[in-house]
Design a protein around this ligand. Structure first.
Ligand SMILES: [Zn+2]
Ligand SMILES: [Zn+2]
Length: 183
């Protein structure tokens, strides 16, 4: 395991692995069998938003999304991401870098994006590969959010408002202006 690139998914605030689920507060170390998602948004090299959420909370939230939105999200990830090509990365190497070098949907190099987000699934401190970890550029994030119903965006806004200090659209400087990426 490459510990250097692994730090992509550490908390930028502490420099260490995330410790708690942002939603239920569960210690992510306590249940080594429970995967969790780490999502981070960047403007250039600066991390502007980050969180870790346990699989239970993520599944609960996804269930609240409208059927339409769930289908739209699945459709986007199935059609726009070249899963087979990405899977080959797994057989060739076990490094994080190749997985997040480009936007998974439009192939724009990460370094050339103004804003982008990274999503990774971790189990303890181990990365769970394929289809994650992945990078989405700000443009593709906007496209994803434009596919979601108002109801679903409302649920996502509530999540952000409940779990982060500032309400959406006020101080957050995010790729999608007021909402972090959905992975
Ligand atoms: Zn949780
Ligand atoms: Zn893109």
């Amino acid at each position: 395991m490459d510990s250097e690139s692994h730090s992509y998914f550490n908390s930028s605030e502490t420099g260490k692995p995330f410790e708690d689920c942002i939603s239920c507060g569960l210690s992510l170390k306590e249940d080594p069998g429970l995967p969790y998602l780490v999502a981070k948004s960047f403007r250039g090299d600066e991390c502007i938003f980050e969180y870790a959420i346990c699989e239970h909370c993520r599944a609960n939230m996804a269930q609240e999304f409208s059927d339409e939105s769930q289908q739209a999200l699945t459709g986007f990830f199935t059609q726009r991401i070249e899963h087979e090509k990405r899977s080959q990365l797994f057989s060739s190497c076990h490094l994080i870098d190749p997985w997040i070098q480009k936007c998974a949907a439009c192939d724009t190099p990460r370094r050339e994006t103004t804003t982008h987000s990274l999503g990774g699934i971790l189990l303890g401190e181990a990365m769970v590969y394929d289809p994650y970890p992945l990078c989405l550029c700000g443009t593709c994030e906007e496209e994803i959010q434009s596919l979601l119903s108002h109801q679903t965006l409302g649920i996502w806004d509530d999540f952000v408002q409940t779990n982060f200090d500032c309400p959406p659209g006020q101080q957050l400087d995010l790729p999608t202006r007021d909402r972090p990426a959905l992975f």
